[in-house]
Design a protein around this ligand. Structure first.
Ligand code: SF4
Ligand code: MSK
Length: 657
């Protein structure tokens, strides 16, 4: 395992170019320095990550501690209660899974609450936008749809999906979507999830002082809880959002800070839940508010997304995206943001002081997420425009009274995003015969070596976007098709790799497929809850046939190269439990060569699951992922096919030379 990346305490002047590869962010960090504004990079530079915490070698689960063990001699001592290094690490990991899973499932439950109120007619500002998807989702979990009204199907769907959260015993509804052999592995291990509330509660209980003190038993509940997110809470969030707001299909979108407009009222929405953004779109298109903006001297209202709110809405409405997680403070430094409106998750508290420096209103909207110093305007789904209209009015007022110097980095790229599972089906198989068969065929014949999901955050302890971009470039060069979500997707969009033209960077086999279909080699599919789309795609690949009987058989891998959030750990664990080799970068909270380390990085695979991997360097990461894909190809007996295809391509090139 390579050495963990921990940036040392910053003593001397830092070269801003070492912090990020995003030119717009570099420009804004330089301006921040001149303006005397502090960002997360400054704080990360002046505060070394705690080495004991980074190794997950400490426990503060009771008042007999906190206890710290020695990562260099992990079995040299135990906690006051006798807890070993494996117990301490597995319990810490469990709590990350529980918190990450809770974030996604609470988001999903909010979407389901909204769906119920829409279906019952109590909320009229939102409607079912995609009745076809409603029927498909209902059918996939056994709800009768023939000769039934949309309302009746929707009511049944709500009743069923509520079990995703509340079910006390038995399997959650979307377990029906899991390939049979994968499900068998889960059943054998006793980890088919019940409702997320029960799983999270049990995981918190088991990781309490003096309860579960066997790391092999704890990992089972980590998996069960994580699966209740991936195949439960997150999947419901995605499916219900598609039903209510529309299933994404590819659109060309502008990305990066150049999407801000000096002569318009700029509003940024940042967070995760699409209902706030949908209402904000309505408010920004309200003729009376547009007129108010014009009366205030603006040419119009310019609505942009950031982070996952942006990643989710860009694929539905082609709303421009101003940047990923590590650019949310930097974008305020432009002085051009007239309001930043946030809901939940990944909202740095530091935004409040940066916003204050530029007199930008930072507006919280969700009762779960208030920030000291920010203005709170509660978003109520029954009257959504009350909140979003007020945000727009505040933004217009800030525009009229702008005092901050405005400097907008002239950087933007256009990329194509919005490759939902349904669209990939259609794109590959056509409208009459939508199917994953062409994808499987191209994997079997070797043009596509395998599939990678590259996802997750950016992190100030890693050079922003660098690991994402280098890793993905390396993967596509070796004919690996890349699916993307969240902040990673935005990193690649800024690097110009989400266009069909980027196919020239792909290896010969993948390039041929991309050129034939007219698709980019990097497919952006949405926000971090939309990782569930990757699970559905993997499931479909198994069902189509020819690539084994379980997700663990597929030549497929996952990565979160610059992760930072507990949600990422939960996502990683549900990928691993679903059968995927999943590599994390930046750092990993573990002590090497412990039994817990061996279990996560090797033992789980022997039990029929996937396993974890770790690497800091993107090329090393790519090597590990490609080696795993090749191992799976060999196990499937399709490794020779690839050699033949590539020989054909070479001969073709020779002939045309
Ligand atoms: Fe220490 Fe055990 Fe308490 Fe943890 S649970 S703080 S290891 S005594
Ligand atoms: S927003 S969880 S920084 S992907 Fe989903 Fe980005 Fe990671 Fe938050």
């Amino acid at each position: 395992m390579p050495e963990k990346k921990i940036v040392p305490k910053r003593k001397k002047e830092v070269n801003i170019r070492d912090l990020t590869t995003c030119e717009a962010t570099i420009q804004m960090l330089e301006k921040a320095k001149v303006d005397g504004v502090e960002t997360a990079w400054d704080r990360a530079g002046s505060m070394k990550a705690c080495p004991i915490g980074a190794d997950s070698a400490c426990c503060k689960h009771c008042a007999m501690g906190p206890c710290r063990l020695n990562a260099r001699d992990p079995y040299g001592k135990v906690g006051v209660c006798g807890a070993t290094i494996d117990t301490i690490q597995s319990r810490n990991f469990a709590r990350m899974v529980a918190a990450g899973g809770a974030a996604h499932t609470d988001h999903g439950m909010s979407m389901l609450d909204l769906f119920r109120e829409v279906v019952n007619g109590n909320i009229t500002d939102y409607k079912i936008k995609d009745p076809v998807k409603l029927e498909e989702v209902a059918r996939s979990i056994g709800i009768e749809t023939v000769d039934r009204s949309m309302e009746d199907i929707a009511k049944d769907l709500y009743e069923e999906l509520e079990r995703t959260y509340t079910q006390v015993e038995g399997e959650i509804p979307f377990a029906k979507r899991v390939p049979e052999k994968t499900l068998e592995t889960w059943r054998k291990a006793g980890i088919v999830p019940r409702g997320a509330m029960r799983e999270i509660m049990e995981l918190m209980h088991r990781s309490h002082m003096g309860v579960d003190q066997d790391y092999e038993n704890i990992v089972k509940q980590c998996s069960r809880t994580a699966l209740s997110d991936g195949w439960g809470g997150s999947m419901v969030a995605t499916e219900i959002s598609d039903i209510l707001f529309g299933t994404p299909s590819p659109v060309a979108i502008e990305v990066n800070m150049g999407v801000l407009k000096e002569d318009q009222v700029n509003i940024i929405v940042h967070g995760h839940e699409p209902n706030l953004f949908e209402s904000m779109i309505e408010s920004c298109n309200d003729p009376s508010l547009i007129q108010a903006a014009k009366d205030g001297g603006a040419k119009g209202i310019n609505l942009c997304g950031m982070c996952c709110s942006g990643a989710e809405v860009l694929v539905r409405h082609a709303i421009p995206h101003a940047g990923n997680f590590m650019s949310t403070e930097a974008v305020l430094v432009t002085g051009a943001v007239d309001a930043m409106c946030v809901d939940v998750q990944c909202i740095k508290q530091g935004l409040a002081s940066v916003a204050d420096c530029y007199k930008t209103p930072l507006i919280t909207t969700n009762p779960r997420c208030r920030i000291e110093g920010a203005t709170h305007i509660q978003f109520e789904e029954h009257e959504p425009k009350e909140c979003t209209d007020e945000v727009v009015i505040k933004a217009i007022s800030r525009f009229k009274n702008r005092t901050a110097t405005v400097e907008i980095p002239q950087r933007k790229d256009i990329g194509v995003h919005g490759f939902s599972y349904e669209y990939i089906n259609y794109m590959l198989g056509g409208s009459f015969r939508g199917s994953f068969t062409p994808l499987n065929d191209n994997i079997i014949n070797g043009r596509i070596r395998g599939v990678a999901g590259v996802v997750g955050c950016t992190n100030p302890r890693v050079k922003q976007d660098y690991v994402h971009v280098e890793l993905v470039k390396e993967l596509i060069k070796h004919d690996v098709l890349v699916l993307q979500t969240g902040c990673s997707q935005i990193a690649l969009a800024k690097a110009g790799l989400t266009t069909p033209e980027a196919a020239h960077l792909a290896g010969p086999g993948l390039r041929e497929v991309c050129e034939t279909v007219g698709m980019p080699p990097v497919l952006g599919i949405g926000s971090c809850v939309d990782n569930s789309r990757i699970l559905i795609a993997a499931s479909e690949m198994v069902k189509v046939g020819g690539l084994g009987n379980s997700i663990a058989d597929l030549p497929a891998v996952g990565a979160a190269p610059e992760w930072m959030s507990e949600k990422a750990i939960c996502i990683g664990q549900y990928f691993v439990a679903s059968g995927v080799f999943t590599v994390f970068g930046a750092t990993f909270p573990i002590v090497e060569d412990t039994k817990w380390h061996k279990l996560l990085f090797d033992g789980l695979e022997k039990q029929g699951f996937g396993k974890w991997g770790f690497a800091v360097d993107p090329h090393e990461m790519a090597k590990m992922m490609i080696a795993h894909i090749d191992k799976k190809r060999a196990e499937l007996g399709i490794d020779k096919a690839r050699e033949r295809v590539l020989m054909d391509m070479d001969s073709r090139r020779e002939m045309s030379a």
